[in-house]
Design a protein around this ligand. Structure first.
Ligand SMILES: [Zn+2]
Length: 250
């Protein structure tokens, strides 16, 4: 039995037991983060990559481990207006027009709260088909890219038939696990490209709770504040159940 994950590991504030990931999995454009994974996730991804190759798919990770600092930068810049903020319909909106509670809701549809991203764990990755990526194509990670007619349609269809109940990977923000896409049960926008290595992610999930999240947010050093953390801390259980536990894989 592995020892439990520390809050620092859960929050992407320590590399902890993550190991360098095999370079053949690396399809990232932005290489500012270390390319690391939990060992069991790396092994399972290599096996999935080999399976995909038999279908002519060059499965690569376009986004893997993300640190707290990186997630915080994205989140805070959406709140400050430096990065585009979108409503649930995907339209760009102004943060100035939103009350804090509405702003937290809009942010959480598209971005994980810093400290609570599954990308902090080294268990979850976003994948593309590098063989189907047109030269110079800027991957946007939108569902249309993985639907019929999109560049990654073959990968999307293959994932539909390959990833599901009882398989090594789950799609926490998609229709498997008995959840409807973008439903009230899991209100995060659908992400057919986001894979979670079940065995490793389940360990992280067991160690994670509203109490742990509140502890992380309350103990951030000066200069590492997370925008709207006070709104989350007003009801950590409510936030955790709605936005984090709803995507737990099992
Ligand atoms: Zn993702």
């Amino acid at each position: 039995m592995e020892s439990s994950w520390t809050p620092e590991e859960l929050a992407g504030r320590a590399i902890g037991r993550l190991v360098p990931a095999p370079s053949e999995l690396d399809g990232r454009d932005d290489r500012s983060e270390p390319f690391v994974l939990r060992p069991e996730a790396a092994e399972a991804l290599l096996a999935l990559r080999a399976e995909a190759a038999r279908e002519g798919i060059d499965l690569k990770v376009i986004s893997g481990y993300r640190s707290f600092a990186r997630q915080r930068s994205i989140w805070n810049r959406k709140v400050s207006g430096e990065l585009p903020l979108r409503n649930r319909a995907g339209e760009i909106v102004s943060p100035a027009d939103y009350a804090p509670a509405e702003l937290l809701e809009a942010l959480s549809v598209w971005s994980a709260l810093p400290g609570a991203s599954r990308h902090h764990w080294g268990t979850d990755v976003d994948v593309i088909d590098a063989a189907a990526r047109p030269a110079g194509y800027d991957v946007r990670l939108v569902p249309e890219e993985y639907a019929p007619g999109g560049p990654f349609a073959l990968l999307g269809a293959w994932l539909d038939s390959t990833v599901g109940d009882g398989t090594p990977f789950a799609r926490p923000y998609f229709a498997d696990e008995g959840k409807e896409r973008g439903s009230a049960a899991c209100p995060v926008a659908p992400e057919p490209w986001h894979l979670s290595c079940r065995s490793a992610a389940e360990e992280a999930q067991r160690a994670f709770s509203a109490e742990v999240l509140a502890g992380i947010l309350r103990s951030l050093p000066a200069g590492e504040e997370v925008a709207l953390a006070d709104r989350v801390l007003a009801d950590p259980e409510g936030y955790f159940d709605r936005w984090i536990r709803s995507a737990f894989v099992r």
